[in-house]
Design a protein around this ligand. Sequence first.
Ligand code: B1M
Length: 210
Amino acid sequence: MSALQEVARLVEAGRLKKIENAVRGALDAGASPEDILNAMTGAMDVVGERFQRGELFVPEILVSARAMQKGVAVLRPLLTGNAAGKYGKFIIGTVAGDMHDIGKNLVALMVESAGFEVIDLGVDVSAEQFVAAIRENPDCHVVGLSALLTTTMESMRATVAAIGEAGLRDQVRVMVGGAPITAEFASDIGADGYSPDAAAAAVLAQQLAS
Ligand code: B1M
């Protein structure tokens, strides 16, 4: 089994004690941080498929999620450079009703490493909280919304609308993402951009800030 396969296996199995060493082992074996992130994301997809088939339950998903977060923590210093703040502030959060934060955290990490000062509002963030954060940070020009549930896509729509109703659409560009989100949906709700993954999100944030 390759070092990357071992990392994926440990995330799938939720092996919290072994994951950090396995990630270091993969780096030592020559894998890039991006390769390792992809291996861990692939493992979470497998976990999701097994959950859908009724082979796994929420507590097991949670330990896999924690294993992935421990693995990402090892990579964090390698991904964040010293360009922080070059592009200004970036407000990010997972929309109301949605507790998923692994993807949102990865986007925050990649956007930070691309030169933004990230303000992370966390999960289950209401439209009003986004609006308040934008008002508190008049120097923020890009906002990112994440949603993982089809049911919370409507919270995303409501958040974009609330930012508009608050008269803040001239101040900020809004980008969206998350597993059920598409470019068509982004355009339908009036967002300025959509990206399918964290690496593309960092590039899009730079484009929207420029
Ligand atoms: Co949940 N869950 N979950 N879950 N969960 C999904 C999303 C699901 C697809 C699983 C399944 O059934 N196959 C399903 C949703 C079905 C649907 O809506 N159609 C589901 C469900 C049903 C639920 C619950 C309702 C289960 C229940 O309680 N019965 C419940 C809802 C809770 C809530 O939010 N209110 C629930 C709970 C949970 C846990 C708490 C157990 C846990 C979350 C832990 C955590 O996040 N801290 C969890 C997990 C881990 C998953 C799966 C297995 C993995 C998600 C993940 O972290 N992926 C997921 C299945 C799946 O997605 N394959 C599933 C890895 C991550 C790196 O990818 O988040 O997609 P992702 O992020 C990517 C891109 O989407 C993109 O970039 C990221 C990195 O490349 N991206 C952006 C994300 N945000 C972006 C923002 C951007 C740009 C790109 O710009 C701003």
